[in-house]
Design a protein around this ligand. Sequence first.
Ligand SMILES: Cc1ncc(COP(=O)(O)O)c(C=O)c1O
Length: 369
Amino acid sequence: MSDSQNARAASLSHLHSARLAKGDPLSTPIVMSSVFHLPGDPAGFRQYGRFDNPTWEAVEAALAHLEDAGTVSFPSGMAAISSVFLALLSAGDRVLLPADGYYTPRVLLEKHLSRLGILYDTRPTASFLEGGFEDYRMVLIETPSNPGLDVCDIAAVAKAAHEHGAIVVADNTTMTPFGQRPLDLDADIVLAADTKAINGHSDVLFGHVASRDSALIGAVRDWRKLSGNIPGPFEAWLVLRGIETLELRFDRMCSSAETIATRLAEHPAIKALRYPGLAGDPSHALSRTQMLRFGSLIGLTLETEEKAEAFINTCPLLEATTSFGGVHSSAERRARWGDDVAEGFVRLSIGCEPTEALWAPIETALNGL
Ligand SMILES: Cc1ncc(COP(=O)(O)O)c(C=O)c1O
């Protein structure tokens, strides 16, 4: 990690204490209140629970510190994504999406936003720069894409899309601000499902949107207030608690993923393997230029659906769950949701278990196929 990333990680745990008055609790309280004591002129004070909440403010301060940008929190990753669409797009606007990224934004546009006149096209992440950006008001990238782990050049997409006035949004869920910093590469907005690694404990859904453009982030904040798409204070508190160990968790997860991907590449049961950190991966050269770590997700393909299911279900240290980024390793056959991947493709999410203790049962399960 660079010095600035180390400094950011170190000061994160002390953000709250810097604002304490003598006698205040050191840990951030959960403020469960829909209203605030508000006699007389309300200007400049907390007014109502749909507008403000001190626990959101605390988690937003932590996320803003990590992103180095104004941040608005949401009750899920999809709430963050849908709010960016609804706050910033109008009838007649077109959005460009990754064809191979998380599928729900495509379904949302198809089923609902198209009724409001917001249209979309898709393009594979690996060839995202091909085809021009002149038709788009907004360009959403997801790199590495989930689940295929293809990569696109964030700075090059931002430059080309900005030439046509498009807003460039990066879904950084798979990487976190410790693995990749799209705003430093000229994206206008970064967003994430904090449900995954940022919270990391698989006990809450959450999301955030961050931008250094005050008009963009102001519009998203206003949308949240008016639409009521607000997170709960308890959920905000859980995420705040998760963030305190993010750097430590993500470091272990990425280091283990690098070791395990290298060993999987040698294993005869593996028919195909994707991990941006592998020297032979098609995305490796580009990943080295824009990623700070190579992430905690590995895409591996086994011969058949049956073998993939047997691998997931016989390895005692892999939770058979959807989602990723938790402290526990997990695995899922993504074709079961209709993703455009082989039937035997498994998305492996490496957790925080000690590396060798995790590798041993993974290897045993593969040997038994
Ligand atoms: C890349 C990505 N973005 C967004 C989301 C949506 O997050 P949530 O499930 O918290 O709404 C997901 C969920 O899997 C995801 O993988």
